[in-house]
Design a protein around this ligand. Structure first.
Ligand code: ZN
Length: 407
């Protein structure tokens, strides 16, 4: 089976995750795919294959070298985004893409065009796997799984490439932020790992946001409006006042790169009580802490104005920037860099404006930067993956294994 065959087979499984079930895996259909993968890994002759009750599938490619080499891991996720259907994915390969519009679905006039997606033009002459315009593709992250499995097959077929023990891990529920929660880092048993879950060729990520959620509750005083003079406090106006105290430029729509923000994600209000919800994001840990302190300061300021207890704040940290866990082991980034360059890929390091499974794994003791899997336009019908991107990602995996053993 080729890398492409493998990928096309994998996307035929509907593995959409679901935030609402509270289970792991969040949907039973992910387990169906996990069982299929387990059987495939067995038929390929990998060892120590385990699939636990939560849908975490681990396997080993044993070392073929007589020397102490660190055990490393490659990880990808099996689920697809809840944002778009992943059922009956029917992909098509556009061979030697010529740079023109690609009609994904004629009847619904769904067109993948360089006018909206100029990055298509970076892949002229390549073979693009696209959707039929009705579902997502699932390259996020089945491209990663196909690359990892194909790399293990390649290493088995090329014993002249010497490598240490390699572990591979496939997890459910990344798209709902639960991919790392039940990941048994100890059982995985690696010194470090790489998630194959980035986008365009060359992406290498080891910085993500520090993240917190904030809920601000405003208590009003409701009185019959006809008799309200000097008595009524309308909590909706308190909420409005608070919202306007935060800096208007520090919002997602005005920030990029390493700029953090306060993001108002919900508001619910009546005269008696109102609640606003925020998420707070910043790559810099000190600035992140300052943002939380600023919220506390504004709450205190309003309580001074309206009376203690009028405004209460609930702050909850969600995840942290993995950079602090990667910095002490920067050689794992250097290795990924060297592997990319060795196979003709230009590394492109950029901060993630979000979180990753790798960040949580890093804080659980498995330093885990993220490498490109090659797909673009994730989570929607315009998702596509150039075959050549997947081949490069596979080569990077093989090269990393080789470099780690050669040190
Ligand atoms: Zn992903």
């Amino acid at each position: 089976m080729t890398l492409v065959d493998r990928f096309l087979k994998y996307v035929s499984f509907d593995t959409q995750s679901d935030e609402s079930t509270g289970l792991t895996p969040s949907t039973p259909k992910q387990m169906v795919f996990a069982e299929y993968l387990k059987a495939e890994l067995e038929s390929l002759g990998l060892e120590d294959i385990t699939l636990d009750g939560h849908g975490y599938l681990f396997a080993t490619l044993p070392a073929n070298i007589d020397k102490e080499v660190p055990t490393i891991g490659f990880i990808a996720h099996m689920d697809t985004s809840p944002d778009m259907s992943g059922k009956d994915v029917t992909p098509r390969i556009v061979e030697k893409y010529d740079g023109s519009d690609i009609v994904l679905c004629a009847e619904e006039n769904v067109i993948l065009s360089p006018a909206q997606f100029p990055e298509l033009l970076d892949h002229k002459g390549e073979d693009l796997i696209v959707t039929n315009g009705k579902t997502l593709l699932g390259a996020d992250d089945k491209a990663g799984i196909a690359e990892i499995v194909s790399a293990m097959v390649y290493l088995k077929e090329h014993p002249e490439i010497k490598h240490g023990k390699i572990r591979i891990g496939f997890n459910p529920d990344e798209e709902i932020g639960e991919g790392a929660h039940k990941f048994d880092v100890e059982k995985f048993g690696c010194e470090w790992g790489y998630t194959m879950d980035g986008g365009e060729v060359g992406e290498l990520e080891f910085e993500n946001f520090n993240a917190a959620a904030a809920k601000v509750i405003f208590k009003g005083r409701n009185v019959h409006p006809g008799y309200a003079k000097d008595k009524m406090i309308n909590s909706i106006y308190l909420a409005n006042q608070f919202i306007n105290l935060l800096p208007a430029q520090e919002r997602p729509e005005h920030t990029t790169g390493y700029e953090g923000f306060y993001h108002l994600i919900g508001i619910q209000g009546e005269v008696e009580q109102s609640t606003v919800s925020y998420i707070i994001r910043d790559h810099d840990r000190a600035k992140f802490e300052d943002r939380k302190k600023e919220m506390e300061r504004l709450v205190a300021q309003m309580n001074e104005e309206y009376g203690e207890g009028t405004v209460t704040l609930e702050l909850r940290d969600q995840y942290y920037n993995m950079r602090e866990k990667i910095e002490p082991v920067m050689h794992i980034i250097d290795t990924a860099f060297a592997a990319m360059e060795a196979v003709g890929v230009k590394p492109n390091v950029k901060p993630i404006r979000g979180g990753t499974d790798g960040a949580q794994l890093s804080f659980k003791g498995l330093p885990c930067p993220n490498i490109f899997a090659g797909g673009l336009n994730f989570h929607g019908r315009y998702e596509f993956v150039p075959v050549q991107n997947m081949e490069k990602a596979m080569k990077v995996i093989v090269k990393i294994a080789e470099l780690v053993a050669s040190k």
